[in-house]
Design a protein around this ligand. Structure first.
Ligand SMILES: Nc1nc2c(c(=O)[nH]1)N[C@H]1C(S)=C(S)[C@@H](COP(=O)(O)O)O[C@H]1N2
Ligand SMILES: [Mo]
Length: 370
C-alpha cells in the first residue's frame, strides 16, 4: 500500500502533488475530474452533419456562469467613437446569419502524447459541428466606430478563476482587421435554440476556422485596445512551445484531421470493436481550418486508400467521407488522414509540444473481424 501510494497519485484526498510538467505517470484525479466535466463527442456522432447540442464536446475552464438574460448587457468600449451597451434583444434585432461551423479544442489529441502534458486529457474526439446563429461582429464594431489607433479587439467572458496562480477572466483578442471578417459572429443560437448554459448563454463569439479557444463564451465585454493584448489565454497559454522557457508561437487555425465512425460493436470496458467479415462501409468526417479538404485516405494496417468525399456543407464545417472496406478475418488497425488544399497532410506520428496543443496525429482504431 505504502509503495503503491508513492507512484500512484490517485486519491482525491491528501494526494501527493501533481507532476510539474509532462509525465508518463498514471492519469491523475485532476485529469479525471476535468475529463468528467468536459466531455468529448462520442465518435458515433460523426454520423450527423450537425451535431445534436448534447453530443457536442465541451471545454469550460472555470465554472459555468449563471446569467439572467434580463440583467445581462454586452458593452463595446475602449478606443471607439461611441460606447455601446446592448441587451440580448438589441443584438437579436441586428442582421441575422446562420453558419455551420466545426469547433475543435486545441488540446484534442493531448492524451496520446508521450510524455503527456497534464491538462484536459482528450483522446481524439474534442470536436463538434453546430449551426450557429448570430449577428456579424463587424456590424456592431462599425456602429461603435472603432478608432484608427485600435490594433486589437479584446473579448471577455463572464467566467472567472485561477490558472498557474494568476487570477483571470477568460479573455482573448483578435487583430482589428481579422475581427471584421464576415464569418465572425456574435452567436446567440446553436442548432436553432438559444445557447445552452455550457455553450456560452446568452452570447458567445464564434471564430470559424480557429481552434475553440478563440470563441469566447458568456461574452459580456468587447474592448478596442491600442496595444496587443497580454492576457493569459492570449499571450501565455495557447502557444506551440518546445519547453517551459520557449515563448512559442500562438495557436490559431485548426490543423487538418479526419475521424472515422468505429465500425462493429464495442466491448464495454476497452471499446475494442468486433465485426463480421465482408464488405463494410466506413464513414467519417474531415476538416481543416487552414484550407478546404482536398483528400481523405482510409488506412488499414498501414496501407492507404483514397476515400470518397461528399459535397462540402460550408466553408467552415466538416466534410463527410466514405470508403468501402472488404473486412477480412483477423486483427486490424483502422485509420484515416486528411489532406487539405494548402498541402497540409495529417501526420501519423504525434505532434508533441509542451502544453499538448494541435496534436492532429491520425486516429487508430483496433478491430477484430470474425
Ligand atoms: N468564456 C470562456 N470561453 C471559452 C472557454 C472558457 O473556458 N471560457 N473555453 C474555450 C475553449 S478552450 C474551447 S475549446 C471552446 C469550447 O466551446 P464549447 O464548449 O462550446 O464546445 O470554448 C472556448 N471559449
Ligand atoms: Mo479548447
Amino acid at each position: 500500500m505504502g509503495s503503491r501510494m508513492s507512484d500512484t497519485p490517485l486519491s482525491i484526498f491528501g494526494r501527493p502533488s501533481l507532476p510539474k510538467g509532462p509525465t508518463e505517470g498514471p492519469l491523475t484525479v485532476e485529469e479525471l475530474q476535468l475529463a468528467a466535466r468536459n466531455h468529448a463527442m462520442p465518435l458515433e456522432a460523426l454520423r450527423y452533419d450537425i451535431t445534436p447540442a448534447g453530443l457536442h464536446y465541451l471545454l469550460i475552464h472555470f465554472d459555468i456562469p449563471m446569467i439572467d438574460p434580463a440583467d445581462w448587457r454586452l458593452s463595446i468600449e475602449g478606443s471607439v467613437a461611441r460606447r455601446l451597451e446592448l441587451t440580448l434583444d438589441d443584438i437579436r434585432a441586428r442582421p441575422r446569419v446562420s453558419l455551420p461551423v466545426t469547433l475543435e479544442c486545441a488540446g484534442n489529441g493531448r492524451s496520446r502524447l508521450h510524455p503527456r502534458p497534464v491538462s484536459q486529457p482528450w483522446v481524439t474526439e474534442a470536436v463538434g459541428t453546430a449551426l450557429w446563429t448570430g449577428t456579424p461582429l463587424s456590424g456592431l464594431l462599425a456602429e461603435a466606430g472603432v478608432q484608427a489607433d485600435a490594433v486589437e479587439i479584446v473579448f471577455t467572458g463572464a467566467d472567472h478563476g485561477f490558472e498557474k496562480g494568476e487570477e483571470l477572466d477568460y479573455a482573448r483578442s483578435l487583430p482589428v482587421d481579422y475581427a471584421n471578417r464576415p464569418e465572425i459572429l456574435l452567436a446567440y443560437e446553436m442548432n436553432g435554440q438559444p445557447l445552452l448554459p455550457q455553450h456560452g448563454f446568452p452570447l458567445r463569439l464564434l471564430v470559424p476556422g480557429w481552434y475553440g479557444m478563440a470563441s469566447v463564451k458568456w461574452l459580456n465585454r468587447i474592448e478596442a485596445v491600442n496595444r496587443p493584448f497580454q492576457g493569459y489565454y492570449q499571450a501565455t497559454n495557447y502557444h506551440y512551445r518546445s519547453g517551459p522557457d520557449d515563448p512559442g508561437v500562438p495557436v490559431q487555425r485548426i490543423r487538418p484531421r479526419a475521424l472515422l465512425v468505429p465500425p462493429g460493436d464495442p466491448d464495454f470496458l476497452t471499446r475494442q470493436r468486433t465485426l463480421g467479415a465482408g464488405p463494410c462501409r466506413i464513414e467519417g468526417r474531415a476538416w481543416s481550418g487552414e484550407a478546404p479538404i482536398e483528400r481523405v485516405e482510409f488506412g488499414v494496417d498501414g496501407g492507404w486508400t483514397a476515400a470518397e468525399l461528399d459535397p462540402p456543407q460550408g466553408e467552415f464545417a466538416w466534410r463527410r467521407w466514405t470508403c468501402l472496406w472488404e473486412a477480412e478475418p483477423g486483427e486490424h488497425v483502422l485509420s484515416c488522414r486528411a489532406i487539405d488544399a494548402a498541402g497540409n497532410i495529417q501526420p501519423i506520428e504525434p505532434n508533441w509540444n509542451w502544453i499538448g496543443v494541435g496534436n492532429n496525429m491520425a486516429q487508430a482504431i483496433p478491430v477484430t473481424v470474425r
